[in-house]
Ligand binder design. Structure first.
Ligand code: ITT
Length: 191
């Protein structure tokens, strides 16, 4: 079985990705190969950050690996929080504060269209490949649901009339940005 290191510190991403991979690949955490430090994310785009995180591991540990960077892009906020999603309301990375900031900025704005984007950067034998998944939807007026993570309680995908935080992980993976990107990754790995 091919071994891949997932360059993330986010256990929610690991949970969602593992459910999609369904034991077809052995995923190792960055911790297990001795990478304990936080990987820098200093690029101006989601795509750039995904690649930066994967390259960081590959350059130092020479392992086949992948990373993903994700963000919520709100149309009327010119795509913000976007690449700044994790720290939108400050370095504390509070999901609650991040959601409140977005909702505050969107107060009195009628067009609530938004999307989630995930870019996966895969590096195998030193060669990088990128996979992108997008789900379109709109922002709720207030948070709803206690499943999922991050901005899930305020995002209503076009396929549903409730938020990502109100559905099961399996249902979310079927339509989500991450599900779409991971299925492209799987189709490459099983080609
Ligand atoms: P890494 O270690 O993989 O970098 P991270 O948590 O720093 O993990 P990102 O840099 O990709 O992840 O930041 C993404 C931000 O967007 C962060 O605030 C997440 O909570 C949020 N986010 C990512 N995927 C999401 C999803 O599926 N649903 C809701 N929010 C999500």
């Amino acid at each position: 079985m091919r071994k891949l290191v997932f360059a993330t510190d986010n256990p929610n991403k690991v949970r969602e990705v593992n459910e999609l991979l369904d034991n077809r690949f052995k995923i190792t955490s960055k911790k297990e190969i001795g990478c304990l430090e936080e990987i820098p994310e200093t690029q101006p785009t989601i795509r750039g950050n995904a690649l930066q995180k994967a390259m960081y591991l590959y350059d130092r540990y020479k392992v086949d690996c992948f990373a993903e960077d994700s963000g919520l892009e709100v149309d009327m906020l010119d795509g913000r929080p976007g690449v700044y999603s994790a720290r939108y309301a400050g370095a504390a990375r509070s999901d609650q504060a991040n959601m409140e900031k977005v909702l505050k900025e969107m107060e009195n704005i009628a067009d609530r269209s938004a999307q989630f984007k995930t870019v996966i950067a895969l590096i195998i034998d030193g060669q990088a490949r990128l996979y992108e998944g997008i789900v379109r939807g709109k922002l709720a007026k207030k948070p709803k649901g206690d499943k999922g993570f991050g901005y899930d309680p305020i995002f209503i995908p076009d396929e549903l009339d409730t938020t990502f935080a109100c559905i099961s992980p399996k249902q979310k993976n079927e339509i989500s940005h991450r599900g779409k990107a991971v299925r492209q990754l799987i189709s490459f790995l099983t080609r």
